[in-house]
Design a protein around this ligand. Sequence first.
Ligand code: ADP
Ligand code: MG
Length: 533
Amino acid sequence: MEPPALSADKSDPSSRPLLTMHDIDITFGGVAALRHARLSVAAGEVHALIGQNGAGKSTLIKILTGAYRRTAGTIHFDGREVDFRTPKEARAAGISTIYQEINLVPFRSVAENIFLGREPRRFGMIDWKSVRAKARELLDSFGLQIDVEKPVRDHSTAIQQMVALARAVSSDAKMVIMDESTSSLDEREVELLFNVVRRLRDDGRAVIFVSHRLDELYALCDRVTVMRDGQTVAESALADMDKLQLVTTMLGRSLAAVVHEDSAVKEANLAKRGGVALAAKALASGTKVTGVSLDVHAGEAVGLAGLLGSGRTETMRLIFGADRPERGSLTIGGQPVTLKSPQDAIARGVAYLTEDRKAEGIVPELSVRDNLTLVCLRTLTKHGVVDVAKQREIVERFIESLGIKLRSPDQPIRELSGGNQQKVLLARWLATNPKLLLLDEPTRGIDVGAKADVAKIVRELRDSGLAVLLSASELEELTAVADRAVVIRDGETVAELDGARMTEASIMDAIAYGSGEQSTLAQAVSESEGTQG
Ligand code: ADP
Ligand code: MG
């Protein structure tokens, strides 16, 4: 069940593309963000551009619209080779972009915004009456009756977006790009917006639609381009790819490689786990976390699974008191809690190894010793004096037990390899004697050997009775360590899979289908075979 080949698309007779981007490269600070990326969009279609966070979607769009300069590649638009140097040039050529943060003038009226710079005139003067009437007529055709004389800032985000779309329609935009512009809208607003998008398509315009909500794509889009790690990895009619294929393509895992693994150990572990160390119910905050429920018992490791950008880090931050939930409840060690700060969480035995070792973790200039005891230092200090003997004992104990390779504890941490730095950070938290350990991508960016070490350490911690909640983008790494997986999608818990039911395949299945229409993998496979005819 491989995704359709890239070349299959070229013979598609329906598409004389309006836009073709070929072999696009760009680097940021020496790092390649796009490598031979491609995108081909025909007039009269809604084209989905998808991929995990950081895959390169926005960068590709910014190159098209002249906001970024590519280092290689060609772009054809509307029958000629183009090279827009500014977004203004792209707009003039008929490409209109709608971002989540909308580029309207907030204090001007809806009507003014729609016709800004193109106002109908009479006798050389702006004909305001006609501006308002035309705006009303246009929005009316979208099924939207609003006060066009009110400033745009007084309207909801959804309406602001429709105003932006109306502006695109009334100008002669040939292509409209919506980059994650629906992510803050509710269902009803999304539906209204979709109707407008469909009208644009039926008018023969092209729409590029970037969204991580898979359900939305199927409701709206005709074709899809999938990006991964800066490359275009699939182009296809959306009807030819089911959700499971989209997910496996985004993740870069073929289903054939996804195997069930021996789960006897996990089952045994779950059977002897302890009491509930953490219970989160319907946690919500902003647009990133909309309804996460999960629990973690003492003596078990729970994997928090989901695509990049699904809200895993944001969930951990809520549990650690780094952000405050707007709704929902948290129970830690059997006590309902309202965490005001990480200090509150730490006092309750919560430890949090952040995803970004460099930005939030290590203090590069400090020694390994100081880095390791950074959080527990408080408990080692009496009347302003650090108990040096105790500190040394702790440092030595963790260097030994975690197998940290170094010359001396006095060595600056920046001189250590990534894997050893990660172990020092882990030790920093273990030195606080936590009951609940939150590990966000603990194996990212470290070598294979160190990965195996970290996995082994996590299992030992679990066996010693610690409650562990960990995330890992690599499902293989997640299922290797976790006894159970909680799957979140768009900030919401969609599935819980334990022991034998937790496999890479079942997790992908949940990411693709959620819980509402959750199918077994077998069903999904046969469905996709069905649609491929
Ligand atoms: P997506 O929109 O698919 O989530 P982006 O296009 O935003 O992904 O990012 C692709 C990659 O390029 C990421 O690794 C991101 O960090 C990097 N990137 C994007 N813009 C910049 C920039 N202005 N400077 C440095 N790196 C960038
Ligand atoms: Mg983006």
